[in-house]
Every structure is written in structure tokens, then in C-alpha cells.
Design a protein around this ligand. Structure first.
Ligand SMILES: [Zn+2]
Length: 493
């Protein structure tokens, strides 16, 4: 019997605005699509939180025994500035500023994104399609929407007719908006726009002469609208109707609303059963965003190289910090919160290591089976990782009492405890024991501390050649030294 047959998973569905029992379309198969990054800059920590939230969801579904096809796209064309239908393509703009090819921009930041996700120990998706690799599928989808009468062509561009669609569908049902309000809140249509109505959105845009990313189509040499790629690629890899579609909260409108409209217009059925949205990470209580500069890059966090940080924090501590909040809650980033999470993470890892040395003896007072079900109940309640972590801390306390001889545990309970702790910490939360007290790391830390001492001595003796050599050689080996007011710390790259 699969795990999922014994557990009742509920997912908060942004569409129904309630926690719905999860029932996949095809019994043990789950199709999940998550909107991936637009690769025109280094992924910042706010973006990472979204992808780590869906990594947790992916991991738990797999843990329950589902076969999950997880599709997460790479947006490498069509995403214009301000998420609008006009303005420059984000990737093309970066290419122009840096004087490189757009595909060099795409390659550079795709590699960066993958590297960061790997450092966070996030599992790769099953399929990672790109917008530029699916131009044909997007053109076919536009043709279908045109055929169904929900789009119109003007001057080589094609727009989705929101007003027509809304006559017998409901545009805005996901974000809770309605068209009348949208009309009331819209300023006059810009004079240069070809759109019939301001609420219409581009499916295909004719390329201006300066627009360098362009493809031939039946309407013009141009490029697809940003919302189109996700509809085309989710349909291609998951079917016209699939289980879960996720993304950041800010994508609900217009991006996901437009996806629903495109799919319903072309396939005559609603594409997604469960819409999931991860909340944002804030810094100084404001949304982290590339455009405002209010953000932290993962590398700054891992090296400690940012003025808001007192020290470096490891990817695992960062991930633990994120999972101590529920994915639908806003999480504010601060140095103090990370310091607290680091203590918690280390405590959990210590308990896990102590578990291996515990001996069973007779009957135990700790009801391990009930505790295990509590862990499942937490995750079954819309992936409530903070409650799961609280349960893991509960077990950690027991582990220490047993290790200190204050409590006992039976052999069978000890087996369940070991297995469950391992599964929840490493398989579900996807943590790794990278804390400094693990064996190999302790030795490395001792060696680096010795070198820092030698460097301090050399500097005290004004032997800067030696002190610089130590710093540079360590840097070449991927170990960064950072001098602060409380002495020198180090981080591994
Ligand atoms: Zn998308």
C-alpha cells in the first residue's frame, strides 16, 4: 500500500480559496507545473524561496509514493519590462547593455540558477522546457485561439480578446477580480496601442526593428507574449488538464489569469485542478525584487558579503529558515532570524547524530507511532513545514533524554524513529548535514582556523606577503576569509 493511500493530503487551492482534498487525475501520477525564472539576472533569495517551496511540495508528493512529472520552465524570451505588453524584452535589454548575445545572457543566468538550486539541494524538475524551444507550439496555440474566435490580429500582432472571452467565461476568477472593476480602474488606452481594449493581452507581438529576438509567424516576424509559453508547454508535457500549477503569489494576476483564459479558449476546459501560490520573502518588510534593488543574492548570504549580515550562513541554514515559515505566509528576512535558525538547525543535526548512538531498552514511554502520524498530519495540512519542524524538535528533546538515560525506548520504536527522522529531515525537507560539527568539516574548520591564526601573526609582524599568500591560496581553494570587527571568519564556496 502506497503512503498516499494512508494519508489524506489537503492543498490550499487559490482557485477555490479552500483547503481541498488532493485527488490526482490519474491515481498515482501527479502532473505539476511551476513557472520558472526569467533568466536575465542572478536569481535572488526571494525567487529562491518560491522554488524551494515547490521543491518541498515535489519532495513530499514523491515521499507519499506518487510518480510526479514536475515541469518548470525557463523564460528566455517574451517577458517584457513591467510584465506589460510594451517595453523592451528583459533578456534583450540585458544583452544590449552588456553587448553580448541574448543567448549568452540566457546561458549565464540559467547556469547560475541551476548552481544555486543545487547548493540548496533542490531536486531538478523532470522537464525544464524553454520558451524559445517552443515557438512552434506557441504559434499553434495562437492559431487555435484565433480559430475559436477569442483573439484578433492587428498590424501583425495578435491579442487575446478578454471582453469576448468574458461573455461566457469568467476572466479574473483566480485573482478574485472582475472585468467591470478592471475597466473602471484602467486608464485610457495609450495612443500607440493596437489593442481593442486595455484589458486585452498580447499573444504575438510584431517585432520593432530594434527588437533582436524574433521569429517568423503567419502574422509577422515577431515574438510570443509572455503568458503564452506556460500554456503551450504545460499542455504539451502534462496534457490539457493537469493536477497542480504553482508559482509566486505575484504571478496570480495577470500571468496565471491569462494562462487560464488561453487554455479555456483553446481547449474548452479549465487547465488546472489545484492552483498553488508561494508567498514572498521580504527584506526590511518590503518585497525582495530585482527592480528595486531591495534584495539579497544567495552568494552574498553564503559568503557573508552583505552589510545586513553579521556572518555567512550556509545554504542548509537558509533553507531551514525558510521552512520554519509556511509557504503561504510572508517571511521577513533578518540577520537575527537567521542566527536563530542556525541554532535550531544545528540542534536538529546534533539530535539526529545522537540518534545513531542510542540503545533501546525494554518498553518506552514515547509514543513514536503517534509522533510519526503528527509529522504526516503537519505535511498533509497544506505542507505545513513549521509544524513538521516543531515535531522534529519534539523528537530531538526525547532523543537527548533517552541518550542521557532519563527515558527509554523500545527496539521497534527506535527503528521507526530512526527511519522517520531520516525521511522527514533528508527526503522531505531535503536538508543535508553541513553543520560545522560533522566530522570532516570539523577537521577542515580546525585547519582553516590554524591558518587564520598564522595569518593574524604574520599581519601583527607586518609580514604582509605571508598574510596575503594565506588569504589568496585559501581563496583559490574556494575558502573565503572575511575580516570583521570580531575577528576573521571564513566561508566555503
Ligand atoms: Zn508561467
Amino acid at each position: 500500500m502506497s503512503n498516499f493511500e494512508q494519508q489524506e493530503l489537503r492543498i490550499y487551492n487559490s482557485l477555490t480559496k479552500s483547503k481541498d482534498i488532493f485527488t490526482p487525475i490519474n491515481s498515482d501520477l501527479v502532473g505539476m507545473y511551476v513557472c520558472g525564472p526569467t533568466v536575465y539576472s542572478n536569481v535572488h533569495l526571494g525567487n529562491c524561496r518560491t522554488f524551494l517551496s515547490f521543491d518541498l511540495i515535489f519532495r513530499y508528493l514523491k515521499h507519499l509514493g506518487y510518480k510526479v512529472r514536475y515541469v518548470r520552465n525557463i523564460t528566455d524570451a517574451g517577458h517584457l519590462e513591467n510584465d506589460a505588453d510594451s517595453g523592451e524584452d528583459r533578456i534583450a535589454k540585458k544583452a544590449r547593455i552588456e553587448q553580448i548575445e541574448p543567448m549568452e545572457v540566457v546561458q549565464m543566468y540559467t547556469v547560475d540558477f541551476h548552481r544555486i538550486m543545487e547548493q540548496f539541494n533542490a531536486l531538478p524538475p523532470s522537464i525544464e522546457p524553454t520558451a524559445t524551444g517552443h515557438i512552434v507550439e506557441q504559434i499553434t496555440l495562437i492559431e487555435k485561439i484565433l480559430e475559436e474566435g477569442f483573439a484578433y490580429e492587428i498590424n501583425g500582432s495578435v491579442y487575446f480578446d478578454v471582453h469576448k472571452f468574458n461573455e461566457d467565461h469568467s476572466y479574473g476568477k483566480l485573482s478574485g477580480r472582475n472585468l467591470d472593476e478592471m475597466i473602471a480602474n484602467t486608464r485610457e488606452l495609450a495612443a500607440q496601442s493596437d489593442k481593442k481594449n486595455p484589458q486585452d493581452f498580447a499573444l504575438w507581438k510584431k517585432a520593432e526593428p530594434e527588437h533582436i529576438m524574433r521569429w517568423p509567424s503567419p502574422w509577422s516576424i515577431g515574438f510570443p507574449g509572455w503568458h503564452l509559453e506556460c500554456s503551450a508547454m504545460s499542455t504539451k508535457y502534462l496534457g490539457e488538464q493537469f493536477d497542480i500549477h504553482g508559482g509566486g503569489m505575484d504571478l496570480k494576476f495577470p500571468h496565471h489569469e491569462c494562462e487560464i483564459a488561453q487554455s479555456e479558449a483553446s481547449n474548452k476546459q479549465t487547465p488546472v485542478n489545484y492552483w498553488m501560490h508561494a508567498n514572498m520573502l521580504t527584506l526590511n518588510s518590503k518585497k525582495m525584487a530585482k527592480s528595486t534593488g531591495n534584495n539579497i543574492l544567495p552568494n552574498e548570504l553564503f559568503s557573508g558579503d552583505n552589510s545586513v549580515l553579521s556572518k555567512p550562513f550556509s545554504p542548509m541554514v537558509t533553507k531551514f529558515f525558510m521552512y520554519q515559515a509556511h509557504y503561504r505566509s510572508i517571511l521577513d528576512f533578518s540577520n537575527d532570524a537567521l542566527l536563530a535558525s542556525e541554532k535550531g538547525f544545528n540542534r536538529l543535526m546534533e539530535a539526529y547524530r545522537a540518534l545513531n548512538d542510542i540503545k533501546s531498552s525494554g518498553k518506552g514511554a514515547f509514543d513514536v507511532s503517534a509522533w510519526k502520524q503528527d509529522c504526516y498530519d503537519a505535511m498533509n495540512d497544506d505542507f505545513n513545514s513549521p509544524i513538521l519542524i516543531a515535531n522534529l524538535f519534539e523528537a530531538s528533546k526525547k532523543i537527548h533524554s533517552i541518550a542521557n538515560g532519563k527515558e527509554t525506548i523500545s527496539e521497534s520504536d527506535l527503528d521507526i524513529l530512526k527511519q522517520s527522522m531520516h525521511e522527514f529531515i533528508f527526503d522531505v525537507l531535503g536538508l543535508m548535514d553541513d553543520s560545522s560539527s560533522s566530522d570532516g568539516d570539523t577537521k577542515l574548520e580546525d585547519a582553516v582556523k590554524l591558518l587564520i591564526e598564522l595569518r593574524d601573526k604574520a599581519r601583527a609582524n607586518k609580514d604582509f606577503e605571508t598574510s596575503d599568500t594565506i588569504r589568496d591560496q585559501l581563496a583559490a581553494a574556494g575558502i573565503q576569509l572575511k575580516d570583521g570587527k570580531d575577528g576573521t571568519t571564513f566561508s566555503l564556496n
